[in-house]
Design a protein around this ligand. Structure first.
Ligand SMILES: Cc1cc2nc3c(=O)[nH]c(=O)nc-3n(C[C@H](O)[C@H](O)[C@H](O)COP(=O)(O)OP(=O)(O)OC[C@H]3O[C@@H](n4cnc5c(N)ncnc54)[C@H](O)[C@@H]3O)c2cc1C
Length: 352
């Protein structure tokens, strides 16, 4: 059984299977609806139901409030159709976005590496080629865990094409169902289903301004893919990465970025740790403060890409705005999890 979904203002009509979410159907048919968490937590994928009936599914009460439900709003990541439906979605054209329909992939684990005490790298061999834009993510389907879990692809599209493997870097969340299973149960040789690619966190290559990447924790994964992609392609404009971790043991891929900075005169690497550490001669503090010091509080003329925990992104956004960047200059990927379910959205900024 399936229903017809018409998406305005595009005027496109697609098939949606019973039980399939609006977002899943759209992405698999090459239509991008802005979204972020994919679990009804953040409200980025809010759309208006113009005609027809939907089930709001697991939409969080803060992300989709009662009065919004009454006014015909729904979250595309959770909503399923009960009839043929027409929705109005905030779909803007992005000249740098490639149309890459989401697909399912069967993968096999070829390597597991302990990057830090809390972050493991998993290398997953794909059953068919995966084309993606550096910065995008995949959903992992973990046995016994409802729904997919988002993890950014940490290696470059060139490397994925060459090896047929994607790398994901997974931080263990205490009490987290999927991350605990991945850390404790997933071993070399095991199979794992994934889908992708998802997301609009990629470098707008048509823009020529100097690039600033701000990453915290396992939020290094997307920027790593993006920076490797840029440097591989011979990008000659200035690129700065400010990367923050709590302590030295968590500072992974540090040597790799130092080596890249030595090889590429246009790439600057600014690692920072927030806790005290004997012998550390680098920057000390949170990513936004370290970036502010590095740029003397003035970021004007840059395009900024931020990736990591929501609290880090919020701090970076206000620092960059105080330092003369505007919404049009900033792109973010928030590593939301169920723990963020009850948090309010940023009053500063709506794009993710
Ligand atoms: C686009 C995107 C890309 C991402 N990329 C990466 C990446 O590359 N690497 C990475 O490490 N992470 C990444 N993340 C984050 C990652 O998806 C989450 O860490 C993961 O989904 C957690 O899954 P889990 O099942 O382990 O945790 P869950 O079981 O979903 O819960 C996580 C934590 O929240 C607590 N919790 C659960 N429900 C609630 C609630 N209602 N209120 C308060 N606390 C609650 C749990 O006890 C647990 O401590 C990304 C996230 C997004 C959105």
């Amino acid at each position: 059984m399936s229903y017809q979904l018409t998406l305005e203002p595009l005027g496109a009509t697609i098939e949606v299977e019973e039980g399939q979410t609006i977002l899943d159907a759209a992405l698999r048919q090459g239509i991008y609806i802005p979204h972020a968490c994919g679990h009804g937590l953040c409200g980025t994928c809010k759309v208006s139901v113009e005609d027809g009936e939907v089930d709001h599914g697991e939409a969080n009460l803060f992300a989709l409030m009662d009065f919004e439900r009454d006014n015909g709003k729904t979250l595309a990541c959770c909503a399923t159709l009960q009839s043929d439906t027409i929705i109005e979605a905030d779909i803007d054209e992005d000249p740098d976005a490639e149309v890459i329909p989401v697909q399912d992939f069967a993968t096999t684990v070829t390597r597991v590496v302990d990057l830090t005490p809390t972050i493991k790298a998993f290398f997953l061999k794909l059953d068919k080629p995966l084309h993606f834009q550096a910065g995008q993510y995949v959903q992992l389907h973990v046995p016994g865990v409802d729904g997919g879990r988002a993890f950014s692809i940490a290696n470059s599209p060139e490397e994925v094409k060459k090896t047929g493997e994607i790398e994901i870097n997974v931080r263990l969340l205490p009490g987290g169902k999927a991350t605990t299973w991945l850390h404790e149960q997933l071993k070399v040789g095991m199979a794992l289903k994934i889908s992708g690619p998802y997301g609009r966190f990629f470098v707008r290559k048509s823009q020529t301004e100097p690039l600033l990447f701000l990453a915290g924790g396992s939020g290094l994964s997307s920027p790593r893919s993006m920076i490797l992609d840029l440097l591989n392609a011979g990008h000659s404009g200035p690129i700065t990465l400010v990367y923050g971790q709590r302590n030295l043991a968590e500072l992974y891929y540090d040597d790799e970025f130092k080596a890249l900075a030595e090889r590429h005169a246009n790439f600057s690497y600014v690692p920072a740790i927030s806790e005290d550490a004997a012998g550390w001669t680098g920057q000390k503090g949170f990513v936004h403060d370290v970036a502010k010091t590095h740029f003397n509080g003035n970021f004007s003329g840059h395009k900024a890409y931020m990736c990591g925990p929501p609290v880090m992104i919020e701090s970076c956004l206000s620092t960059l705005m105080q330092g003369r960047l505007y919404e049009r200059d900033m792109y973010t990927e928030k590593f939301l999890s169920a723990a963020d379910a009850n948090d309010q959205r940023s009053p500063l900024f709506r794009r993710v």
